[in-house]
Design a protein around this ligand. Structure first.
Ligand code: ACO
Length: 311
């Protein structure tokens, strides 16, 4: 890339201007955005699976309606994000194929199973809570379409987090068995939720360049710390114990000291070895194959219309 163009581009970023799809941008900026937005879109779509799993088993009609609405929102988030990525010159088909053949990732958290109804509470509370912590700053990200998508997504994510916490409140005020289920869900999902923020800063390969370009606004460890500090009082309110014996308020840093997740497990999940990894991709592959006739029909219709216009 031409150094003068690069310097002018960086000056626009530093001045807080939004970069729009037709503006000049360095190839690395485009590639990083396609990777991050694409991964984010895939996460929203794959993220429907662990919760969709519980729609038919929700305990009341009200809970079912709420869960259904939430899972539909995730589909919408995936669609905005695919559209934002498409403005960078990649198609949704290409991104889907890259997910299916392992060239693109989705968030590690969705490689874990949802075993009981309490997991619907814990996923909303912790997973959507972590997602918001990461996405609120992304509303100010430098790429216009991504930033605008994040504004809409964050509004809906707040509702998702609240509904999850509400499920947890009900379970924790319920019978002993319900409270044990809530604790068990927290025990299983705590460390996978901390992994959502990505590897520790020293192992984060993309952070420094992505932050210079304002594709990312914070480091992984900064957001993980904020998440822990926000979540500990919520667990106390619920009367639940965070499964970390080292968790302790540190007055000097005005935040909690806490145990790191098992990074070996994290990198193993990224390689496709999570407990549900094979199942998730197989489900996406089936949906892709089952939808082939719709895509073909849409293309045939578009070709027919285009031919009619020419004639
Ligand atoms: N799950 C899967 N892969 C991850 C995760 C994770 N939790 N965290 C990091 N990685 C991958 C990165 O994609 C990168 O791999 P790659 O080079 O093959 O793409 C590698 O681990 C190294 O990590 P970083 O250098 O720290 O990567 P990055 O700068 O992209 O930071 C982060 C990761 C924080 C997840 C960033 O991409 C981001 O903010 N993304 C947008 C938010 C998002 O995707 N949320 C999805 C979950 S929320 C939801 O869907 C409800």
């Amino acid at each position: 890339d031409d150094p003068e163009l690069l310097a002018a581009f960086q000056a626009r970023i530093d001045a807080g201007e939004k970069i729009e799809p037709k503006d000049w941008m360095p190839e690395g900026y485009r590639k990083t955005l396609i990777r991050q937005i694409g991964q984010h879109a895939h996460s929203e779509i794959v993220g429907q699976l662990p919760e969709g799993n519980w729609i038919t088993r929700a305990p009341t009609l009200e809970r079912k309606a709420i869960l259904l609405a939430k899972v539909q929102d995730e589909a919408g988030h995936g669609l905005y994000l695919y559209c934002a990525a498409e403005t960078l010159g990649i198609s949704r088909d290409e991104m889907t194929e890259m997910l299916l053949d392992g060239r693109m990732k989705y968030s590690s958290i969705f490689a874990y199973p949802t075993l009981t109804w309490a997991d619907m509470g814990a996923v909303g509370w912790l997973v959507d809570g972590a997602a918001i912590m990461n996405q609120v700053p992304l509303q100010r990200t430098s790429f216009g379409p991504y930033s605008r998508a994040m504004i809409r997504v964050c509004k809906e994510e707040s509702f998702h987090q609240r509904q999850g916490f509400d499920v947890m409140m009900k379970m924790c005020a319920g019978t002993d068995a319900q409270k044990r289920m809530a604790q068990d869900a927290l025990n299983r999902l705590w460390f996978p939720s901390l992994m959502m923020f990505g590897p520790s800063d020293k192992d984060s390969v993309h952070s420094s360049q992505s932050m210079a370009w304002k594709i990312k606004m914070n480091t992984n460890d900064e957001l993980r710390q904020k998440f822990v500090d926000q979540t500990v009082p919520q667990a106390e309110y619920l009367g639940l114990t965070i499964p970390d014996e080292t968790l302790k308020w540190n007055d000097k840093k005005k935040g909690y000291d806490f145990a790191e997740p098992d990074w070996e497990e994290f990198f193993d999940v990224l390689k496709g070895n999570g407990p549900c990894s094979t199942d998730r991709i197989a489900t996406r592959q089936k949906a892709w194959d089952d939808g082939a006739w719709v895509r073909e029909a849409m293309n045939a219709h578009a070709d027919k219309k285009a031919a009619a216009k020419v004639a």
